[in-house]
Design a protein around this ligand. Structure first.
Ligand code: ATR
Length: 285
């Protein structure tokens, strides 16, 4: 491609950033849409995020930004406006410039929900779900399940205090029945077994030698087990779940859909998801 002074720039800020598949996916979408744009990964340390975002205001050919690990929470206080979703989740993963103001949005929750419904065929309304983990990703998942009418949420986390605090947030904000338990709590065995949906939001599984984040004996045939991790494509959790007759879903769909929503916020156009998916698969291969 030819980069000129008229080329619109898109960036992703994170630290580390080398692993990100967003540049491959978003550049493919820009190209397929015939947009003169370039999406670049930029490593920014936490101490520099404020200055980096400030710089975006001055770049007249700025088209939009993504924010990733570990900056999503910090970005909430650094933008001029926060969308209702980003405020609820407490994290910004997408920034749009509107009349010189930076607007922070969050597309992770809706990306998750779309994958759950379209790829997993799961209807949350009136059902129960177990969420493993209680960090930023767990908050986005809990928010979107609550929005979609889930009846009951069980949050299981290594640090029980974080599980309890997310559970009380979910029940206060959304009126969903929620309980937070520690990983070693004897009550989790019966409660997880009752859930038709189990979602892993922890980082356990990112390394191929990681064990499953929960005892696989708790998984039952017919459950949907959704791991937000997309690399490796099959974590130990998904392997164990598959062997036990569960339906399994990895994180690639969510990655694609949150990116497609961000693209739409920046450009006002729906991207070619086929081009994005092809680029993702190539980058992973
Ligand atoms: P993210 O924003 O991606 O969710 P995070 O906020 O750092 O990242 O949360 C990481 C989650 O993975 C947490 O729920 C964390 O558990 P703690 O709250 O106890 O820290 C979980 N996690 C990370 N490493 C883990 C491990 N080795 N065993 C169990 N849980 C782990």
């Amino acid at each position: 491609m030819r980069v000129t002074a008229r080329t619109t720039l898109f960036v992703i800020f994170g630290d580390p950033i080398g692993h990100s598949l967003s540049p491959a996916m978003q550049n493919a979408a820009l190209q397929a849409a015939g947009i003169d744009g370039l999406y670049v990964p930029w490593r920014v340390k936490a101490a520099g995020l404020s200055a980096a975002l400030e710089a975006l205001r001055w770049m007249e050919n700025f088209g939009g930004a993504n924010i990733t690990i570990p900056h999503k929470e910090q970005a909430v206080s650094l933008v001029d406006e926060v969308s209702p979703e980003a405020a609820s989740v407490g994290a910004v993963n997408t920034i749009v410039a509107r009349r010189g103001r930076l607007v922070g949005a969050n597309t992770d929750g809706r990306g998750f929900l779309r994958s759950l419904q379209e790829d997993g065929g799961f209807v949350p309304r009136g059902r129960q779900a177990a969420i493993l983990g209680a960090g930023g990703a767990a908050r986005a998942v809990a928010w979107s399940l609550a929005e979609a009418g889930i009846a009951e949420v069980l949050i299981v986390n290594r640090t029980v205090e974080r599980a309890e605090s997310l559970a009380s947030l979910v029940s206060q904000r959304h009126g969903v029945s929620a309980i937070g338990l520690g990983l070693g709590d004897p009550r989790i065995s019966r409660r997880v077994a009752d859930c038709p949906l189990v979602v892993n939001t922890t980082s356990v599984g990112l390394s191929p030698s990681d064990p499953p984040p929960i005892d696989p004996a708790l998984l039952r045939p017919g459950m949907l087990v959704f791991d937000l991790i997309y690399r490796p494509p099959e974590t130990a959790l998904l392997r164990e779940a598959r062997v036990r007759g569960c339906q399994v879903l990895g994180g690639l769909g969510m990655l694609l859909y949150q990116g497609a929503l961000a693209f739409e916020l920046w450009t006002g156009r729906k991207p070619s998801e086929e081009a994005m998916r092809t680029a993702l698969n190539q980058a992973l291969a």
